[in-house]
Write a protein that binds this ligand. Structure first.
Ligand code: F6P
Length: 740
């Protein structure tokens, strides 16, 4: 508004001045026109009356002349007429004839021109014309026209001009205000959109054309700032979906991202009520799904659900998440033979026990190896099909795809391949057991980046490369050069999204507690423990049950007052070791519960069934204590989910020293799961811990997970891959320029 006024005030002043200057000009102009008209008119009258007048002069009839003049002045404009027959004295004239116009004073009026005379009655126009042909001296005819109408007209003109300029000023002002307001609004909306990032991050057709140069400047500035500040600020900055997107767009030049994993993030299953979507119990999926929601792209995985084939399009793709699609899931179909050999056999009976110290012997069969190779080739084909450029960013996940990085590298040499090994990596002695150890290492070294959860696993991997391959290892930068190709081997502890999406719609903690108690028939005030795992022999579920039993024996006041709920998601049930383990867990739970026959409520509740993430979150929120007692675990995200679920800073986490998470969460009660006494003591400590101490520990752990969330995990790997590419470009340039 102020801006509009600043424009309007000068406009009004300028138009006013213009009007003020225009009036006299217009006045003078119109007067000149009228005088010229009157001159012409006077000539006309003089010519017309000349003949009769000569006649009357010659016959000497002054009375007739007077009467003749009287008739002439009936014309409303002709004010007076006079006739001078001598050089001096008053002429023969009509009554209104001005006394100033004596016969001797007419010389000044005898030629054509502006002969105006101001008389007491007003301004008059005087024209003097000779009447020739009357001797001895010619007579002079004086025609006096009334000019008062000019003043009246001038007055009117002034009034009209005033109204005209006033109307003009008003119209210009109005139009200016309206246009200014409309443009202003458009600009403000456009600038706001730019500030929100629309049209800055990606060129948008909605950006107003006049704002496009600004948008381009801001884009350039942002890119520059991103570049300048990343190296110094990266460790302090908070990682979000947007930060990750910016890294992809900036460092990876917006390349399409492709994730490959065996397990799919959404499983369509047939149920009695129709097709339902299931979320698998998988740490890998928990971590990567939010990353994919942030980055879009394609996730390639084995389609394992009973209704998976019915829900894909002709190219075996389906948009997910089903309720708000953000990326594509490309499903690959595996035959029973492939599943048995690649997944159950080589991956889960061979590599899984090889990498975990859980005292289950790995089994390696030649036929399983065949299938493992064939399925890795199948996934490589799918990556090539799904890639929309020759340099996609491919994130290869886990031990199911050790050969895939090399296979992709052969077909897409310019791809950025980041491989993450979600489980532990064994030491060289243990790894030597595998008959195809060289092939596995060689396959993995097709990656630009090879990631593990802990430095310990990085070191084990480098030791294996050193022992079994021809390669150059740089232990300062943790890089391996094999067959002329460089792979960085680094530690990237995986995490969860922050804040977890599930928290947006779960019940408040008190309600969750009440719900869990009512569901299991437990009284108010009853204390709850929770464990959430796939039913897997690496998870230390039996050790956990033993710890609960020892707690009841050591501190009987908890009998009937504390129950540990174990959620055990069915897993890999076609494998003998898993079936045996499930049986043993069931037996141990029954046996321990039977040991306390008088307890009003059982020490252990085993829920051996699939739970959807929301239900899991509710149990985590309901529990006073969570126990993660893995015998060996890459990271274990349940520990982090328990911390995220307790947004009231309550709850105590008991965490195995053999889970990768224990390196990041020292504020948990760290235990050796093989030591039942220590674990029982930790349970007792957790149940008796003062609220203040719980809060202090929980806050520290929540801060860690907030900062080191899954966006940072993915972002760090992408940044490192981008930096490697850049260094490679510099190295290549130097090598071509320097001799030798
Ligand atoms: O976290 C280890 C892991 O093997 C994941 O890689 C996998 O998604 C998860 O356990 C579940 O195993 P599966 O996919 O065999 O059910």
């Amino acid at each position: 508004m102020r801006l509009t006024l600043r424009f309007l005030v000068p406009l009004v002043v300028a138009l006013g001045l213009f009007a003020y200057a225009a009036v006299p000009l217009v006045d003078a102009l119109t007067t000149r026109w009228f005088v010229r008209d009157l001159d012409i008119r006077s000539n006309l009258i003089a010519n017309t009356v000349e003949e009769p007048l000569e006649e009357m002069i010659r016959t000497g009839q002054p009375a007739r002349i007077s009467a003749f003049f009287q008739r002439l002045t009936t014309d409303e404009r002709l004010y007076a007429v006079g006739l001078c027959l001598s050089a001096d004295g008053m002429p023969i004239a009509t009554g209104a004839y001005p006394s100033e116009l004596r016969c001797g004073a007419l010389r000044a009026y005898s030629t054509a021109g502006d002969h105006l005379l101001r008389t007491p009655k007003g301004v008059v126009h005087v024209a003097v014309r000779k009447i020739d042909g009357v001797a001895p001296d010619s007579a002079e005819l004086v025609l006096v026209h009334d000019m008062s109408f000019i003043e009246r007209r001038s007055e009117e003109t002034r009034r009209y001009l005033f109204y005209f300029f006033a109307a003009l000023t008003l119209s210009v002002a109005l139009i200016t205000v309206v246009i200014a307001q409309l443009s202003w609004r458009g600009w403000v909306a456009g600038l706001r959109a730019l500030l929100r990032g629309e049209g800055i991050l990606r060129p948008s057709s909605n950006t107003a054309p006049e704002l496009k140069p600004i948008a381009r400047d801001v884009q350039a500035l942002l890119r520059e700032l991103e570049h300048q500040f990343r190296p110094t600020d990266e460790t302090q900055q908070r990682w979000t979906q947007d930060t990750l997107r910016a890294v992809l767009r900036g460092e990876m030049r917006g390349n399409d991202i492709i994730i490959v994993s065996n397990r799919e993030p959404y499983i369509h299953v047939k149920t009695a009520d129709g097709i339902k979507v299931q979320h698998p119990a998988s740490g890998l999926v928990t971590a990567l799904e939010p990353v994919m929601r942030a980055c879009s792209g394609t996730w390639i995985a084995h389609g394992s659900g009973s209704a998976d084939r019915e829900t894909v399009d002709k190219a075996d793709r389906v948009a997910v998440p089903p309720d708000a699609p953000a990326y594509r899931l490309r499903r690959l179909w595996l035959s029973e033979r492939e599943i048995a050999g690649y997944y159950e056999g080589f991956a889960n009976e061979g590599l899984w026990p090889l990498c975990h110290i859980a005292h289950v012997r790995p089994t390696f069969r030649a036929d399983d190896w065949e299938q493992y190779q064939a399925v890795n080739r199948k996934f490589a084909d799918a990556v090539v099909q799904e890639a929309t450029s020759d340099d996609p960013v491919v994130l290869v996940q886990d031990y199911h795809f050790a050969l895939l990085p090399r296979l992709i590298r052969e077909r897409l040499p310019k791809a950025t391949i980041i491989t993450f090994w979600h489980i532990p990596w064994p030491n060289a002695e243990a790894f030597a057991i595998c008959p195809w150890r060289v092939e596995l290492l060689d396959g993995l070294l097709g990656s630009d980046i090879m990631g593990f959860h802990t430095q310990f696993h990085v070191n084990n991997f480098l030791e294996c490369v050193d022992r079994f391959l021809e390669a150059r290892i740089d232990r300062e930068t943790f890089t391996v050069v094999a067959q002329g190709f460089r792979t960085a081997v680094h530690r990237y502890p995986i995490s969860i999204e922050w804040p977890p999406a599930a928290l947006a719609h779960v019940r408040p903690i008190d309600e969750a507690r009440e719900n869990a108690r009512v569901r299991h028939g437990l009284p108010r005030g009853h204390r709850l423990g929770i464990g959430v795992d796939r039913l897997d022999y690496t998870k230390g579920i039996i050790e956990r049950c033993n710890a609960v039993a020892r707690l009841m024996e050591r501190e009987p006041q908890w009998v009937g007052r504390f129950t540990f709920i174990q959620i055990a998601a069915p897993s890999r049930g076609t494998i003998g070791d898993y079936r045996n383990y499930a049986d043993r867990v069931h037996e141990r739970v029954d046996e321990i519960n039977a040991r306390f026959p008088n307890a009003a409520h059982p020490p252990l509740i085993l829920l051996h069934e699939h739970h959807e993430p929301d239900a899991v979150y509710e149990y985590l929120r309901a529990a006073d204590v969570c126990m993660v007692s893995s015998l060996h675990d890459g990271m274990n995200l349940v520990a982090k989910e328990f911390i995220a679920a307790h947004d009231d800073d309550s709850g105590v986490l008991i965490l195995s020293q053999f889970a990768g998470a224990s390196r990041e969460l020292p504020e948990a009660l760290i235990v050796n799961p093989y030591d039942a006494e220590q674990c029982a003591q930790a349970l007792a400590l957790a149940l008796a811990m003062p609220a203040e101490e719980k809060r202090a520990r929980m806050r520290l752990m929540r801060n860690i997970i907030r900062e080191f969330n899954v966006y940072r995990w993915a972002g760090r790997m992408l940044l490192d891959a981008a930096a490697m590419h850049q260094r490679k470009r510099f190295r290549d340039r130097v090598e071509t320029q320097l001799p030798g």
